[in-house]
Design a protein around this ligand. Sequence first.
Ligand SMILES: Cc1cc2nc3c(=O)[nH]c(=O)nc-3n(C[C@H](O)[C@H](O)[C@H](O)COP(=O)(O)OP(=O)(O)OC[C@H]3O[C@@H](n4cnc5c(N)ncnc54)[C@H](O)[C@@H]3O)c2cc1C
Length: 366
Amino acid sequence: MISPQLAALTSGLPGSRVVNVRNPQVDLLILGAGPSGCAAAICALQSGMTVALLETQAAPRPSPGETLHPGVEPIFRQLGVWDSIVQCHFHRHRGIWRESGGLRVFEPYGSDQHGPWLGFQVDRAQLNRILRARVADLGGSITHVAHLVGVLKNQDAVSGVRAGGQTFDARFVLDATGRHSWLADKLGLIAEKQSPTQRLRFGWSKDDLPELDAQPLFRQRKDGWHWLCPLGDGRCAWVELRHGPSSWGSEYTCRIYRDCAGPGYFLLGDAACLMDPSAANGVLRALMSGMYAMHLISVVVQRVATPLQAASGYKQWIGDWFDHASRTLRHLWAEANSTEHTFIPLTSIMQERGAYVKNHHQWRYS
Ligand SMILES: Cc1cc2nc3c(=O)[nH]c(=O)nc-3n(C[C@H](O)[C@H](O)[C@H](O)COP(=O)(O)OP(=O)(O)OC[C@H]3O[C@@H](n4cnc5c(N)ncnc54)[C@H](O)[C@@H]3O)c2cc1C
């Protein structure tokens, strides 16, 4: 059933692209139950909307992406998962070692009167379980599907998908399928590539690296970088990225879908844009994109903005974030290939976004 708020939303608003779909089953259909999909689902359920979440993985699997900036803390609180996160006793770190041209410096995140700001080394499968449990606590359910088959449209607006012999209709469809960008692919959206071809490998090792004092190390090289991250349990997560085409590792080129929102749809997290993992803000960005898309949808429902305005605000927000990270990373590579080592702070990529978290919240709740 669609919620009363959305039932009240009819077509015919000036500038509106929302159309009356055939008996939509729910307000929101979310494809993918990773960080971005779960964050959107939690916000929607918290605001009384009805949600269907479709996911291809029956249970969360181990995946990379453990380092989270301290700015994620207010996000966890807002999503109502902070207590569960604390109970996991994830390893916390104060900042990041940065190594370039044989020099190694430590870049702390910062501090205030309560002490140093601490990032997290989360177990990603565990984080996904926590987020999914929160969806369930709020009355949402996740439907396991083998694969998605096709997109449903009503006039030019996305209005659902077909999967497992069923149709799922909704007022809005949110693509949270990660780097696969299922909906973008099906809609034929054009991805804008912003980095040279780059490839990466990742894994976990049993390295004990006492010299790192349990803090992550980012080692910059002329042809890429190496990331070593003590997880606090005797293991180290590692990621290695190299520029240039080769048969080494898997392809991971930064790209953005500038049309990451449109009639009836939003692309969230990695589905909207894929950034160099050295920014270490993919999870934060994924969570925030789900929350921000939901905020814009509720603004549309309240008729404070038209769907067109909401889509354009979302595209601008994702685009600004992506362009900022791309610019900073370009400086980083220029620096790696020069003989001078001025050390653009790596954490600046994350810290500016950390500030954005606070601005975002002040703006949203003022
Ligand atoms: C090697 C590596 C290291 C990284 N390190 C970090 C890090 O240290 N810190 C950080 O913040 N980020 C890191 N990232 C980035 C981070 O992992 C991603 O940005 C983040 O997971 C994106 O979240 P998401 O919800 O958009 O997508 P995902 O986490 O990819 O979730 C997508 C979900 O959709 C599901 N799905 C996929 N296809 C379909 C389909 N067709 N139908 C239904 N469901 C589907 C998947 O099963 C999954 O559950 C790293 C990435 C890589 C590759």
